[in-house]
Design a protein around this ligand. Structure first.
Ligand code: CA2
Length: 147
């Protein structure tokens, strides 16, 4: 079994730490990647950490995960609420999938309440800030090993 977890990040998350710190905190995506690497390594996993502003690229990463990953952690950002294509691709991935949001989408404006991705997610983490990523890695290891 592959011991590689894909950590996928959608549009605008490359700007994390630079804007709206009250909602998204001050940690950059590069810092989050380093923390995920460390956490995963400690648990015996490798990660493939990616960010893209393009919907099709996110879909292609999910396709690639079908061959290479034991699990997917995904912060689809704005595509959570709009992308049937992303939902469809995730449905084709048989392993565990954790949807992650830095903010608590349910306490925000109504446009952020209905995530399409949640319909296929094994679990959802929202509102724990950047720390949610490390928790997701830990949870993913549990899902892969214990189901
Ligand atoms: O809380 C999250 O992680 C979100 O997925 C972030 C998305 C938003 O559409 C979701 O509702 C919740 C937006 C990402 C915007 O990225 C920014 C990056 C830096 C500064 C401000 C926004």
């Amino acid at each position: 079994m592959s011991k590689r977890i894909f950590v996928l990040n959608g549009p605008n998350l490359n700007l994390l730490g630079q804007r709206e710190p009250a909602i998204y905190g001050t940690t950059t995506l590069a810092e989050i990647e380093m923390r995920c690497e460390t956490k995963a390594r400690g648990l015996g996993y490798a990660i493939d950490f990616r960010q893209t502003n393009f919907e099709g690229e996110l879909v292609e990463s999910v396709h690639q995960a079908r061959q290479e990953a034991c699990g997917i952690i995904i912060n689809p950002a704005g595509y959570s609420f709009t992308s049937v294509a992303l939902l469809d691709s995730l449905k084709m991935f048989d392993g565990p999938k954790i949807e992650l949001h830095i903010s608590n989408i349910h306490t925000r404006e109504a446009i952020y309440h209905n995530s399409l991705v949640s319909r296929t997610a094994t679990a959802v983490i929202a509102g724990l800030g950047a720390a949610g990523y490390e928790l997701a890695i830990e949870a993913m290891a549990g899902l892969v090993e214990r189901g």
